[in-house]
Design a protein. Sequence first.
Length: 334
Amino acid sequence: MSRARVARRIAAGAAYGGGSIGLLGVAAAGVLLAEMQLAKRTVGGGGAAPLPPGADGLYGRAFGTDDPLRLALLGDSTAAGQGVRRSGQTPGALLASGLAAVAERPVVLRNVALSGARSDDLERQVSLLLAQPLGPPDVCVIMIGANDVTHRMPPTESVRLLASAVRRLRTAGAEVVVGTCPDLGTIEPVYQPLRWLARRASRHLAAAQTIVVVEQGGRTVSLGDLLGPEFAANPREMFGVDSFHPSAEGYATAAMAVLPTMCAVLGVWPETDRLEPARRENMLPVAKAAAEAASEAGTEVTGARGPWALLKHRRRRRLPAAETPEPTPEDAQT
């Protein structure tokens, strides 16, 4: 069955309360989970990934402190920045610094992501953000899905929970960008045929995530293939000490893919949302756009218009060096 059809079935099951559609057999999923845990312990000399450094605060102080944009990160260890030791190496700090440079405005970052989180933790994370006295963020970036696959969460449940989170944030007035499920087939100790199964499960979930996100008014950026060939070719550079979480270079690569979409949704990116056929962009049925995006790094899917969505390949720019955040009064309260 094609990836587009599987993704649509998962998304439909989530919307209409259908039963679980397993992406991995029970036995295969159990072995995959065991090998993922082995990866965390044994690859790269058995090093343990450091806890995510705190990166909340004010960025872009060169542009003043008045009227800052408010950025939030939600999700799992990838969103939290586990695997690096300095706050400036986390995806949140990289995105906040990049957004400040593009928008020429200060940016306040709040990161509520939790290492090990699955999609069922998104409700708590969203509630934390919406309870802030200053109101909802201007833009939220969500990175989630890897733990759903390794812990055998039914994919219909996974995408239903993600859709609910996006809907709550959009209803509150926040823009939403989702970095879809990464390619778990790149984890070195996962051997064939489980490597193939992990890749298939990851990409099917990423495509289903894309369908429900764009239908709720959000945008997605594929991280799957980004964490595929580039990471597979340079695992010692792209993965951290545990060879499971990204390194500083790996996080910078992912942030460069997400930044253009995050800026575009706020209206500060120099490119428009117009179709550019020369860049292999197209209007496609949502499920087909989702399937194609799941196979190519950095591909954006946006603007569901009935059954259609826009497949974008935005130009990237190098990220500025992330600065050390300045605490805000809101940080002191939390």
